[in-house]
Design a protein. Structure first.
Length: 107
């Protein structure tokens, strides 16, 4: 339902629906068994609102959960290559580096 509301760009709440979809997808990123759902429904967001779509995959890096194992960075990067420009892919890689550096300082 969120995806169909977000697709209708003429609907008055389409941006809100897209933001709601992103918020939901962020919760699924930490569960690798839902990777196919995240990849499928993130396509539309990445195409219409690239920065918002990128946040699906970078939010979990800056807000890690203790139990969550994120999706494979390689799989995410391959997905982003299809729907983002080079700057979007670089932003994703930078978020990975920032998390690794943060983890090193905590050790």
């Amino acid at each position: 339902m969120l995806a169909s509301q977000a697709q209708d760009v003429n609907a008055p709440n389409s941006l809100q629906a897209m933001q709601d979809l992103v918020a939901y997808l962020v919760t699924l990123v930490e569960q690798p068994e839902h990777a196919s759902l995240v990849f499928e429904y993130s396509k539309m967001v990445l195409q219409k609102e690239p920065d918002l779509g990128l946040s699906i995959f970078t939010y979990s890096h800056t807000h890690p959960t203790p139990d969550g194992q994120p999706m494979s960075p390689h799989a995410v990067l391959e997905h982003l290559k299809k729907f983002c420009d080079t700057d979007g892919c670089i932003a994703y890689l930078e978020s990975l580096i920032q998390v690794r550096m943060y983890d090193l300082f905590l050790l």
